[in-house]
Design a protein around this ligand. Structure first.
Ligand code: G6P
Length: 475
């Protein structure tokens, strides 16, 4: 059946689970993206194209929770070169300010091109005449142009969920021009922040030589591409409702109880990723205990690290480093039944996350670079009584909106220590004032509004396209 909307993402919005009877099944991924896109998909006979994980598994399209899903298979070599290699050992660190050193390998690039081509072909075969295709994230940056060549009738949107680096860093990429041209296949390229959109437009002007004006790129064939910021958000209402459900409230107090009812609970929840600044954050916390500012009888730091990309070397090194650090801190500073850090290497369902958010007095989000960081917004959404404090890195996209957080530079350990202590000691009036302001932001800008504004803008750009817009004379 031809579809009026095709979502193309590296991953399908479902995770494989074992059902109670032992047979394999699927569960909707916890992320907010699905929640936002699901209604748009339903309204437009949509289909979602993506990789379900696994190797060489040829699965038939299937329906889950009323959503049409089309699985793309990946070979062992593609997982190694396209996914772990080019996507997560080249582009990921390059786009996150070189927090780790990106590796450049030509065979990884070849695989990236081949997988992007396969996704583009599949999307082309699924889309109805004049349909909208919305491509997501850094794994698929060549798809827009490949798709346009196959199907010029389509309206194509692209959204980058991670940062887009400044020209000085992007320049290093041996395939920089191909990536820029790949993205220019879209009618609308969306970014988390205005800085990222500006970086892109500047690079297109410098490296590809197209005329640009503000957020528009003028292509020689008369087509225009808009590069614009659409800061992503969460299903705020969903989190609010979840966090006020009796089961979650009860679970939150059970968590506090299990931790020995400390006076204050600090919380970090991150994918175990070197961009997240977990190591430095735990060190800062441990120093506060060493310095005598905090006591393990009064406070505990719960750090949840969700396993991620475990075959990629940098991630393995990080895991070992954190294991060692937590062991040392607890060995040196903990007492019986009172660890300094309660460390969990596992992923949890939304209900448990909501209970943790409710149980925590101080949420600590300190990435070196992050496109947005939805954990920060989820915490705020779950603090329905406007209590709790957020310590947030200036380098997370979320800091542009959550200005009332305790903002920190994660490279500055003393600065982080001071902010952690400030948040710990803040009086109720002060933290409520800050939390109330942040709650207004998060409840007003939810993920449905994000999806809606991207789709509306995409519809508008494509209308312009037919008219052959000319660049203003001065640019
Ligand atoms: C980030 C990226 C997503 C990615 C997710 C999980 O949020 O922006 O594209 O899907 O991390 O990473 P994974 O490699 O497991 O898909």
């Amino acid at each position: 059946m031809p579809n009026n909307l095709v979502i193309v993402a590296n991953r399908l919005p479902v995770d494989r689970v074992e059902q109670p009877d032992g047979t394999p099944g699927w569960r909707l991924s916890p992320g907010g993206l699905v929640t936002a896109i699901e209604p748009v998909m339903r309204a437009n006979d949509g289909v979602w194209l993506g990789w379900p994980g696994g190797i060489d598994e040829e699965l038939e399209p299937f329906e889950h929770d009323g959503m049409n899903l089309v699985p793309m298979s990946m070979s062992a070599q593609e997982v190694e070169r396209f996914y772990e290699g080019m996507s997560n050992a080249t582009l990921w660190p390059l786009y996150h300010d070189l927090v780790a050193k990106p590796q450049f390998h030509r065979e990884w690039w070849d695989s990236y091109v081949a997988v992007n081509q396969r996704f583009a072909q599949k999307a082309a075969s699924l889309a109805a005449e004049g349909a909208t295709v919305w491509v997501h994230d850094y794994q698929l940056q060549l798809v827009p142009q490949m798709l346009r060549e196959l199907r010029p009738d389509l309206r194509i949107g692209f959204y980058l969920h991670i940062p887009f680096p400044p020209a000085e860093l992007f320049q290093q990429l041996p395939w920089r021009r191909q990536i820029l041209e790949g993205l220019l296949g879209a009618d609308l390229v969306g970014f988390q922040g205005t800085g990222a959109a500006q970086n892109f437009v500047r690079l297109v002007r410098q490296r590809v030589g197209h005329k640009t004006h503000r957020d528009l790129v003028y292509l020689p064939d008369g087509r225009t591409v808009r590069a614009h910021a659409f800061p992503i958000s969460i299903d705020s209402q969903g989190f609010e409702e979840l966090s006020t459900s009796p089961a979650v409230i009860e679970r939150a107090s059970a968590i506090r109880e299990a931790l020995g009812n400390p006076r204050k609970i600090f919380l970090g929840i991150d994918r175990l990723d070197y961009t997240k600044g977990i190591y430095a954050r735990l060190r800062a916390y441990a120093e506060l205990i060493q310095d005598g500012h905090l006591d393990v009888e009064d406070a505990v730091f719960v750090q949840v690290a969700v396993p991620s990309r475990e075959q990629v070397e940098q991630y393995r090194i990080l895991r070992d480093d954190i294991d060692r650090l937590v062991g040392r801190i607890n060995g040196d500073l903990g007492r019986i039944g009172r660890p300094a850090i309660s460390y969990l290497h596992s992923s949890y369902p939304r209900e448990e996350m909501a209970a943790l958010y409710r149980a925590a007095d101080i949420m600590v989000v300190t990435p070196y670079r992050d496109g947005m960081n939805l954990v920060a917004k989820e915490y705020v959404a779950c603090r329905t009584d406007a209590t709790g404090a957020l310590v947030l890195s200036e380098f997370a996209g979320a800091a542009d909106e959550l200005r009332q957080a305790w903002l920190v530079n994660p490279y500055d350990i003393n600065g982080m220590k001071a902010a952690l202590l400030d948040a710990y000691r803040a009086d109720a009036k002060e933290s409520t004032r800050r939390m109330k302001a942040m709650r207004r932001t998060v409840t007003q800008h939810d993920v449905a509004r994000w999806a809606q504004s991207f789709m509306t803008e995409l519809a508008d750009v494509r209308i312009d396209h037919g008219k052959t817009v000319r660049p203003p004379a001065e640019s």
